[in-house]
Ligand binder design. Structure first.
Ligand code: OAD
Length: 252
């Protein structure tokens, strides 16, 4: 175990209240591609070119092909050790909050309690025209999709993934929950996120401003690395598993 992991074990053990913000890196070991790494490109498109209302307006089929591909990846993936350890923390410590930017359901499937999902769920869709007959969103779990793009069953218009795209607002209730988790914790951990997408990336700064100890677990340096009190460079699934093992055996 590296010195940095040992330090993190120590603060985890002594923390009164832990909040963990996760990103695509925690699902990488489950086979789900991240957005900005070398594996982040889908065909020759970047996430920012696909995850926007403008892209959908221009080419809904292309955007749905990308989501259909991601949905197939999620459907055939299993939670990994990072998901399992964080789920265990959320169950063991009632004040521990997990906030995720991931739209996959792996943290839920691992059993995370009270997960805050800032960017929504890949299994939910909504009416692109927000027709009066449709609910705000509904579950649509067909994999692969038979019809691309899928249709709103209420008006026959286009359905869209009910996830938050660039330029769109997050659900205020999710922002409030994340804000509360960030500003009341004594330890804030940023795990597997490039820390460049706001408002999610701001919660680390909020936590620090409110006096929390801050840590990052990532394969590489990010803008958060210069801000946090401790950086653990490594794979989230390995680092978290080592921390969990050290906690279990009483080492610090
Ligand atoms: P990114 O793809 O931007 O970043 C993933 C991060 O995970 C990178 O910093 C990698 O170094 C790191 N990483 C990769 N594998 C790892 C591993 N095994 N262990 C630890 N770290 C690892 O993904 P996010 O930060 O989640 O939003 O991206 C934020 C948002 O941008 C996403 O929610 C999505 C995207 O566009 C929307 O679609 C609105």
């Amino acid at each position: 175990m590296t010195a940095n992991i040992t330090s993190l074990v120590h603060v985890v053990r002594n923390a009164k209240r832990i909040t963990v913000l996760t990103g695509a890196g925690v699902s990488a070991a489950s086979g789900i591609p991240t957005f900005r790494g070398a594996d982040g490109l889908w065909h020759r498109y970047r996430a920012e070119q696909l995850a926007t209302p403008e892209s959908f307006e221009r080419d809904p089929k292309l955007v749905w092909e990308w989501y259909d591909w991601r949905r197939q990846k999620v459907a055939t993936s299993q939670p990994n050790a990072a998901h399992r350890v964080l789920a265990a923390w959320s169950q063991r410590w009632p004040t521990c909050r997990i906030v995720t930017q991931n739209v996959d359901d792996l943290q839920l499937r691992a059993g995370t309690r009270d997960l805050v999902r800032l960017h929504g769920s890949i299994w939910e869709v909504s009416c692109w025209d927000r027709c009066a007959a449709s609910p705000r969103y509904w579950r649509h779990e067909q994999v692969p999709l038979e019809e691309l793009p899928p249709r709103c069953p209420h008006c026959g218009g286009l359905a869209r993934p009910a996830v938050v795209w660039f330029g769109e607002s997050l659900d205020p209730a999710d922002v409030d929950a994340a804000q509360e988790a960030a500003t009341t914790c004594s330890l804030f951990v940023s795990a597997g996120t490039s820390a460049v997408v706001y408002p999610a990336a701001a919660f680390l700064h909020e936590a620090k401003r409110h006096g929390a100890t801050t840590a990052e677990i990532n394969l590489e340096a990010t803008p958060a690395s210069d801000v946090v009190d401790m950086v653990v460079q490594g794979r989230a699934e390995e680092v978290l598993e080592q921390i969990e093992a050290a906690l279990a055996c009483g080492a610090s």
